[in-house]
Design a protein around this ligand. Structure first.
Ligand code: HEC
Ligand code: HEC
Ligand code: HEC
Length: 190
């Protein structure tokens, strides 16, 4: 049993904890189709409707897009590489509404137990979200001022207001928990 060091016990504990949290919170949510599921099987489009064949399947329309390890589109990389050039306003590059202001400010969230710390990048968010999308209804604009936890995220609060819905799924732990620290074990969840 010499090989069973502190880290592997820690990892096993976190794995069990994560399964418990995921099991309880995810059981209450409707099924979300896997990335790039054909439209006829996604549970949203009516497969019996003849129009289904006139729509392009995501696997084809998004074939040129960079993907993450789960096959989900990497939207931030797509934007950075110019694969997509979203409009600034509903009506085009000018229009009514709050102007987007880019902010290059990373916040490192360290209440992660043995998981790597979380890097929250303002830049990746403020290239398509206004400050008011998050401040102050979802997050008070002060580092450490929000009682964020993984369980609340899995239940759709804080980061979970968008992630697992319009932005990448929570299964890609490493995309948020991206800053290893001396106490964090190697990625056991992949
Ligand atoms: C969308 C970003 C995001 C993803 C994806 C994500 N986490 Fe987290 N996680 C967070 C944030 C933010 C915190 C809270 C950090 C803080 O408050 O300092 C957190 C905290 C945690 C904690 C600390 C204990 C707790 O309950 O808060 C654990 C353990 C954890 N996450 C595990 C995981 C696992 C396992 C996965 C993948 C299945 C995962 N996380 C995916 C953002 C994320
Ligand atoms: C996608 C959500 C989101 C958007 C959009 C966003 N922020 Fe934040 N902001 C956060 C989070 C998360 C934190 C960290 C909160 C914490 O640590 O509890 C934060 C923290 C901050 C802080 C505190 C920094 C510190 O060191 O205390 C300021 C200031 C801030 N944001 C300003 C802005 C401004 C200005 C914009 C628009 C240009 C903006 N934010 C857009 C989520 C967002
Ligand atoms: C208001 C909606 C919203 C909230 C709240 C939000 N995000 Fe995001 N996030 C997005 C969108 C939209 C993207 C870009 C689409 C994608 O990558 O799936 C994104 C992308 C990211 C990326 C990818 C950056 C890259 O370079 O690929 C990270 C990391 C991230 N978010 C972490 C977080 C964390 C951590 C929190 C909570 C502290 C959070 N987000 C809260 C909407 C949000």
């Amino acid at each position: 049993m010499k090989n069973l060091n502190k880290n592997s016990i820690g990892a096993a504990f976190i794995a069990l904890f994560a399964m418990f949290v995921a099991g309880t919170a995810l059981a209450e949510k409707p099924e979300i189709a896997a990335p790039l599921t054909p439209l006829a099987e996604d549970g949203i489009h009516d497969p019996a409707n003849p129009a289904i064949t006139t729509l392009q399947d995501p696997v084809e329309s998004m074939s040129a897009f960079p993907k993450d390890r789960r096959g989900e589109v990497q939207w931030v990389e797509s934007l950075n590489k110019g694969v997509i050039t979203p409009r600034k306003f509903l009506t085009g590059d000018t229009g009514e509404g709050e102007e987007l202001k880019e902010l290059d400010l990373d916040i490192i969230l360290k209440n992660t137990a043995q998981m790597p710390h979380v890097r929250f990048p303002h830049l990746a968010h403020t290239r398509w979200l206004a400050c008011s999308n998050c401040h102050s209804e979802i997050f008070l604009p002060k580092a450490g001022a929000n009682p964020i936890s993984m369980e609340k995220i899995l239940k759709g609060e804080f980061c979970g207001r968008c992630h697992d819905k319009v932005s990448f799924a929570l299964w890609a732990c490493e995309r948020c928990h991206s800053v290893p620290h001396p106490g964090s074990p190697p990625a056991w969840w992949k």
